[in-house]
Design a protein around this ligand. Structure first.
Ligand code: ATP
Ligand code: MG
Length: 139
């Protein structure tokens, strides 16, 4: 069993897409091992996306990620990291394959609806960034 982290981004929560997105994730065979709705400060959003510090889109990314509530969840499944990345699709919804979540729910490369950890080590770090041991379960 492997764990990965997902975030339903603020614009998708605002547009009431979260339930449809979580249904699609469940139908793809993921279990929810932790979940909550929170709002990131711009400081915490900057920490989360520290790898992108200094890139031209970074300021807008931090602004968007702290613009309203997000739903953050730990998902479990065999090959959860790889399988969620493929369910989510290309960073740019215009380039994403039909049937992928960003194709269906994304508005643009900036407002691409959902985050998925991009490696097993990264997933571990991202899960502990958001959740304490008390908040997560071994589904
Ligand atoms: P994420 O980390 O959110 O799952 P990703 O791994 O597909 O997305 P990254 O390269 O890590 O893509 O970029 C992080 C986020 O920054 C993207 O999801 C997107 O919201 C935003 N982003 C990336 N590239 C651009 C860009 N060229 N213009 C605007 N926003 C961008
Ligand atoms: Mg990424």
């Amino acid at each position: 069993m492997e764990y990965t982290l997902t975030i339903i981004k603020p614009h998708a929560v605002r547009d009431n897409k979260a339930i449809a997105m979580l249904s699609m994730i469940a139908e793809a065979g993921f279990r929810i091992a932790a979940m909550k709705m929170i709002r990131l400060s711009s400081f915490r959003a900057g920490e989360f996306y520290a790898e992108h510090a200094g890139k031209p889109f970074c300021e807008q990314l931090v602004k968007m990620m702290s613009s309203g509530p997000i739903i953050v969840a730990i998902l479990s499944k065999d090959h959860a990291v790889r399988d969620l990345r493929s369910l989510v699709g290309n960073t740019d919804p215009e380039k994403a394959d039909p049937g992928t979540m960003r194709k269906i729910f994304g508005n643009s490369i900036r407002e691409n609806a959902i985050h998925a950890s991009d490696g097993v080590e990264k997933a571990l770090k991202e899960c502990s960034f958001f959740f304490s041991e008390m908040e997560r379960f071994s589904f």
